[in-house]
Design a protein around this ligand. Structure first.
Ligand code: OGA
Ligand code: NI
Length: 352
């Protein structure tokens, strides 16, 4: 018998299953019909809208090509991210996030109770970003989160800001396509994001991990916002759980494409017609990995609940309303202070 790779479990009965899973791929959607203009004439993009609708229904995860984001800008931010994380820990800690604002650098703990195996730099899309001061439902006072500027590499802040503008444009277009695929008017979701959105960009660095079978880059989770646009490099690691057969599927990087996934807010808006998929990041013992997600989040005052047009007597609302800003601040507080209590989940707002 030949050599068996360490960690490889020989269970022949699992092989056919594994094989069929490798053949399974998330949809790749060509956005060229809308890449240069807004969605003005829905009839010219019927095919595209159908593709988006079925990708959202079956997976909640898809890749997009011909998305209109300039390649040079993406290359600049990817290079900047490598340079930023290449600095000493001491330098990076100079732009550490604080308990007053989530923007900045932080590492996750590499202890035996392993959290996530990565380091992060977060940057708000709007500076300042308006958020509630406390999580108390009756407290209407607001506060502002502001950005931390990375001093290195030079002009990195400008590049990040320019890149965020592109991410916003693409997010608005995707939300229009999603609205059309639900039979709603294209601009249905715009009001939630036009003023005071709470979106942010995250630079992720997953260093090589000596025990990749013991740790995860990011443990299984669902993204809480409306949608996420992810740039990943050529090192694999992102996996999504397929709804129907409950197996983890590895996402193959396609050069210059973006990976889109729906978040919990779309799940609530659609009353579960489009679910936000569970995903995770597996680490690698040899190669480091970089990724850049953009989290498209609405304004803090948004009352998240199923859309009136999508519920009726046969399909009553499955959620009670929650206020986005309160949810966001609660998440940040528990995450920052590492409270023992778990993160709140949309599950907590489920009524049936
Ligand atoms: C996230 C996430 C995936 C990746 O940050 O929420 O899912 O590939 N990241 O880094
Ligand atoms: Ni995620």
């Amino acid at each position: 018998m030949g050599e068996v790779e360490p960690g490889f479990i020989q269970e022949p009965e699992h092989r056919p299953k594994l094989h069929s899973l490798q053949a399974e791929k998330i949809p790749v959607i060509d956005l060229s019909p809308i890449s240069n203009h807004a969605v003005s004439d829905p009839s010219s993009i019927e095919g595209l809208v159908k593709e988006i609708g079925s990708a959202c229904k079956e997976w909640g995860f898809f890749q997009v090509t011909n998305h209109g984001v300039p390649l040079s800008l993406r290359q600049n931010i990817e290079k900047g991210s490598r340079m930023f994380f290449g600095q000493t820990l001491e330098e990076k800690r100079k732009v550490r996030r604080s308990e007053f604002s989530p923007s900045g650098y932080y590492e996750t703990e590499h202890t035996k109770n392993v959290r996530d195996w990565k380091e992060v730099f977060d940057f708000l899309a709007k500076d300042p970003t308006l958020v509630p001061l406390t999580t108390d439902q009756h407290d209407h006072r607001l506060t502002q989160w502001t950005n931390t500027s990375p001093p290195y590499p030079p002009h990195f802040r400008d590049i990040i800001e320019e890149y965020i503008e592109e991410m916003e444009k693409l997010s608005f277009k995707l939300m229009e396509l999603i609205a059309l695929s639900l039979g709603l008017e294209a601009k249905r979701f715009e009001e939630f994001f036009m003023k005071d959105q709470t979106s942010f960009l995250r630079l992720n660095h997953y260093p090589p991990c000596p025990n990749p079978h013991l740790a995860l880059g990011v443990g299984r989770h669902k993204d809480p916002g409306a949608l996420t646009i992810l740039s990943q490099d050529e090192v694999e690691g992102l996996e999504v759980k397929h709804k129907a057969h409950e197996q983890w599927i590895r996402i193959k990087p396609i050069p210059n494409a973006y990976i889109i996934n729906l978040g919990d807010i779309v799940q609530v808006w659609t009353n579960d017609a489009f679910e936000s998929p569970e995903h995770r990041v597996v680490v690698n013992s040899k190669k480091e990995r970089f990724s850049i997600p953009f989290f498209f989040f609405p304004a803090q005052e948004t009352e998240v609940k199923p859309l009136e047009e999508l519920i009726n007597d046969q399909n009553p609302s499955k959620y009670r309303t929650y206020k986005w800003g309160k949810f966001l601040v609660h998440r940040f507080n528990t995450n920052f202070k590492k409270h023992k209590v778990g993160n709140i989940q949309i599950h907590d707002f489920k009524t049936r």
